[in-house]
Design a protein around this ligand. Structure first.
Ligand SMILES: Nc1nc2c(ncn2[C@@H]2O[C@H](COP(=O)(O)OP(=O)(O)OP(=O)(O)O)[C@@H](O)[C@H]2O)c(=O)[nH]1
Ligand SMILES: [Mg+2]
Length: 238
C-alpha cells in the first residue's frame, strides 16, 4: 500500500485499518486454529477517534466476537493515564471517551487508570480514590481553577458564548461541569488502578479481565490449592 499524498498519523491509521477490514481473512486464519486455552492480547493505538467516532474498530470487534465469525470472548480494556487526574477537564474528557468506547464497542469493558507510579508521590491514596468513580463534585475543587473562571462559571445568567465568559474561562468550566454531570448521570464508568511496579495490582486487573471473558470456566478444573488469592484492596472498582 502506498500513500500518494502526505497524511496525518490518524489519517494513515484509518486507511490502514480499513485495509485490515478488507482483508479480515488474514486475521481469521491466524486466530481460527487457536483453542480456548489461548489468551490473545491485541494492543491498539491511542487514537481515540478509532473507537469513539469511526466504526472501524467496532466492525473489527464484531468480527472477533460471538456475533461475528471467530467467536472470541473479548474484553475491551481502556487505559487512561493517571496523570490526567491533575487536570479535571482532561480527566473528564478521557472518561467521556471511555464511556463512548463502551457504547460503541458493545463488549465487556474494563477501564484502567494506568501509570499510577507517576502520581503516587503527588496525591494521597484518599485523594486518588476519588477518581475511581467519576462524580461531579470533582469539578468543584479543581486546583487549576482561577478566581475569574470560578466567578464567571458561577454566573448562571451569563451567556456562555459571550467573549467575557470565554476569556474568563467560565464557559470552559461550565462545559466541563456539564460533561461531568453527563458521566455522573450515566454511571457507566469506574476505574481500576494499575501500578505496573506492583505485582498484585497487575494480577488484580488480569483477574478482572479473566472474569469478564470467563477464562477460567473455559479451562480444565483445577485443584482448590492451585487457586491464587488476589488482594483487591488497592485496586477496587466502584
Ligand atoms: N512511569 C511509567 N511510564 C510508562 C508506563 N507505561 C508506559 N510508560 C511510558 O510512557 C510512554 C508512552 O507509552 P504508552 O503510554 O504505552 O503509549 P504508546 O503505546 O506508545 O502509545 P498509544 O498506546 O498509541 O497511546 C513510554 O515512554 C513508556 O515507557 C507506566 O506504567 N509508568
Ligand atoms: Mg499503546
Amino acid at each position: 500500500m502506498r500513500f500518494h499524498q502526505p497524511c496525518s498519523a490518524i489519517h494513515a491509521d484509518i486507511i490502514l485499518r480499513r485495509f485490515l477490514l478488507d482483508n479480515l481473512d488474514f486475521l481469521s486464519e491466524a486466530i481460527d486454529p487457536l483453542t480456548e486455552e489461548y489468551l490473545i492480547v491485541i494492543d491498539m493505538p491511542g487514537q481515540i477517534e478509532l473507537y469513539t467516532h469511526i466504526p472501524i474498530v467496532p466492525a473489527l470487534v464484531k468480527h472477533l466476537t460471538r456475533s461475528g465469525a471467530l467467536n472470541v470472548n473479548l474484553c475491551a480494556t481502556y487505559l487512561l493515564e493517571s496523570t490526567f487526574v491533575v487536570d479535571r477537564a482532561k480527566y473528564f474528557a478521557g472518561t467521556l471517551s471511555a464511556m463512548s468506547a463502551m457504547i460503541m464497542l458493545e463488549v465487556p469493558h474494563v477501564n484502567v487508570l494506568s501509570k499510577m507510579d507517576l502520581v503516587k508521590g503527588t496525591l494521597s491514596k484518599k485523594e486518588l480514590k476519588r477518581f475511581i468513580d467519576p462524580d461531579t463534585s470533582l469539578m468543584d475543587d479543581d486546583p487549576t481553577d482561577s478566581q475569574a473562571a470560578l466567578k464567571s462559571a458561577g454566573n448562571r445568567t451569563a451567556d456562555p458564548s459571550s467573549s467575557d465568559s470565554v476569556m474568563a474561562g467560565g464557559s470552559f468550566k461550565r462545559l466541563n461541569r456539564a460533561v461531568a454531570q453527563l458521566i455522573d448521570d450515566f454511571s457507566m464508568v469506574s476505574f481500576l488502578q494499575l501500578d505496573v511496579q506492583n505485582e498484585d495490582s497487575v494480577g488484580a486487573i488480569l483477574s478482572y479481565i479473566d472474569d469478564m471473558i470467563q477464562y477460567h470456566e473455559a479451562q480444565e478444573p483445577k485443584e482448590p490449592n492451585d487457586e491464587i488469592d488476589y488482594d483487591y484492596e488497592d485496586t477496587a472498582m466502584g
